[in-house]
Design a protein around this ligand. Structure first.
Ligand code: NAD
Ligand code: FES
Length: 285
C-alpha cells in the first residue's frame, strides 16, 4: 500500500496527491511516468511524475478527475493509501546542453512539464516556459515553474489572466520576434501537442511530445499503448512516452483515445447515477 501524505486541490478539476513511494522516488527522472491502481479490481491509471523527493521517499501526482478511476483516486484522503504503484516507467527525457529550451505545458500538462524544465535548466540551458489553461482558475504552479525558468509566459483561452489565446499563439509570437529556440517540449492535450508540432515544423525546431495513449500493463506486452511514429508502431510505455512530435501520427492517437469513451461514460453513470456528456471524459495522463 502507498500512503497519501498530502492532498491539495490545485484547480476545480485538478488534484495533487503526494504519495509515499520510496522506490519510485529514488529512481525517478524527468519525463518518466508511473501506473497506479486505486483498488482491486481497478483500472490502471498512467500518470507522468510531476515531482518527487528522494529523501522523503515521496512522489507528486497531479490529475484531473475525469472518469471512474480518477474520481475514485480523488476520493482518497491524506492517511489513506493507494493499492498499487509501479514505476518509474518509460525513458527519461533527454537532457542536454541545447541552448534555449522552450517548455510548453497545457492544462494538466503543466505538471509534467515542470520536472523537464527543471532538469533542462540544471543542465545549463536557458529555459522559456509557456503555460496555458482555458481560464484563470485552472492554472496552477506558475510560481513553481518560475523557479526553474528564465522566463514564463502564461496564456488563458478566455483572456481572464495574462495573454489571451492558446499556448501556440504565444509560441508563434516568440518565434516571429526572432527568439532562437534549440528544442521544444510540449505536454498537454493531443490537439495542443499536434498544434505545437505543426508550428515548430515550420520553424525547423526539434520538438518532443509526451504521449498519453491508453495503457494497461506498462511493460510493452499488451500493445494497448501503441502509437504510430514515423510510420512505425511504437509502444508508448517502453519506447516512449516522449517522441519526436514531427513524426507522430496524432490523428491515429486521437482515434485510439476515443475508443472506450462509451464504456467510460456508462461506468461513470453507474457510479454517479447521473447522465453525463462525453466531453467530461478525457484521457488522464
Ligand atoms: P485543455 O483542453 O484545457 O487545454 C489546455 C491548453 O492547451 C489550452 O489552454 C491551450 O493553451 C492549449 N490548447 C488546447 N487546444 C489547443 C489547440 N487546438 N491548439 C493549440 N493549443 C491548444 O487541457 P486539459 O483539459 O487540462 O487537458 C489536459 C490534457 O493533457 C489531457 O487531455 C491529458 O490527457 C493531457 N496530459 C498529458 C500528459 C502527458 O504526460 N502526456 C500529462 C498531463 C496531461
Ligand atoms: Fe501495454 Fe504499453 S501499456 S504495451
Amino acid at each position: 500500500m502507498y500512503p497519501i501524505v498530502k492532498k491539495e486541490r490545485l484547480a476545480p478539476e485538478v488534484l495533487l496527491l503526494e504519495v509515499e513511494a520510496p522506490q519510485i522516488a529514488r529512481k525517478a527522472k524527468a519525463g518518466q511516468f508511473m501506473i497506479l491502481r486505486v483498488d482491486d479490481p481497478g483500472e490502471r491509471i498512467p500518470l507522468t511524475l510531476a515531482d518527487w523527493d528522494a529523501e522523503r521517499g515521496t512522489i507528486t501526482l497531479i490529475f484531473q478527475e475525469v472518469g471512474v478511476s480518477t474520481t475514485k483516486l480523488g476520493m482518497l484522503n491524506e492517511g489513506e493509501a493507494i493499492l498499487d504503484c509501479v514505476g518509474p516507467l518509460g525513458h527519461a527525457s533527454e537532457i542536454g546542453e541545447y541552448g534555449t529550451v522552450v517548455c510548453i505545458g497545457g492544462g494538466v500538462g503543466i505538471a509534467p512539464i515542470y520536472p523537464i524544465a527543471r532538469a533542462q535548466r540544471e543542465a545549463g540551458n536557458r529555459v522559456v516556459s509557456i503555460m496555458g489553461a482555458r481560464t484563470k482558475n485552472l492554472l496552477f504552479w506558475e510560481d513553481k515553474l518560475r523557479t526553474v525558468s528564465d522566463e514564463v509566459l502564461v496564456t488563458t483561452d478566455d483572456g481572464s489572466y495574462q495573454r489571451k489565446g492558446f499556448v501556440t499563439d504565444v509560441l508563434k509570437l516568440l518565434l516571429d520576434e526572432g527568439e532562437h529556440v534549440d528544442i521544444a517540449y510540449a505536454i498537454g492535450p493531443v490537439v495542443m501537442m499536434r498544434a505545437v508540432s505543426h508550428l515548430t515544423m515550420e520553424y525547423g525546431i526539434h520538438t518532443v511530445v509526451s504521449l498519453n495513449p491508453i495503457m494497461m500493463d506498462g511493460t510493452g506486452m499488451c500493445g494497448a499503448c501503441r502509437v504510430t511514429v514515423d510510420g512505425e508502431t511504437k509502444f508508448a510505455c517502453v519506447d516512449g512516452p516522449e517522441f519526436d512530435g514531427h513524426k507522430v501520427d496524432f490523428v491515429g492517437l486521437m482515434k485510439r483515445q476515443q475508443m472506450y469513451l462509451g464504456q467510460e461514460k456508462e461506468a461513470m453513470e453507474r457510479m454517479t447515477g447521473l447522465r453525463i456528456g462525453d466531453c467530461r471524459l478525457r484521457n488522464t495522463k
